[in-house]
Design a protein around this ligand. Structure first.
Ligand code: SF4
Ligand code: F3S
Length: 106
């Protein structure tokens, strides 16, 4: 499966959702997640993310491992998103800022 990690938070560019053939992205207020049970590992989304926030599960950086279970958990609560929308207003400023997990809205 593929996993959305920390740098999506407060950016939410949504380019990723347009290419997913199985519509397995789910949307929260300032973050997206991938449902690991639906993802077919096609890898199409990974290069689409301007924030480089998407990784294959086995390539998730050591300090981002908690996002694997977080994607699974939040995917069961949030609605599906399959059309691109405007990024969050301050996306450019937040892109690359460390420790954004504290800003995650559920
Ligand atoms: Fe969707 Fe493919 Fe990305 Fe999985 S790897 S979330 S199936 S685009
Ligand atoms: Fe997030 Fe990147 Fe998609 S910032 S919404 S994972 S394009």
């Amino acid at each position: 499966t593929f996993v959305v990690t920390e740098n999506c938070i407060k950016c939410k560019y949504t380019d990723c959702v347009e290419v997913c053939p199985v519509d397995c992205f789910y949307e929260g207020p300032n973050f997206l997640v991938i449902d690991p049970e639906e993802c077919i590992d096609c890898a199409l989304c990974e290069p689409e993310c301007p924030a480089e926030a998407i990784f294959s599960e086995d390539e998730v950086p050591e300090n981002q491992q908690h996002f694997i279970s977080l994607n699974a958990e939040l995917a069961s609560h949030w609605p599906v998103i399959n059309e691109k929308k405007a990024s969050l207003p301050d996306a450019a400023e937040w892109d690359g800022v460390p420790n954004k997990l504290q800003h995650l809205e559920k």
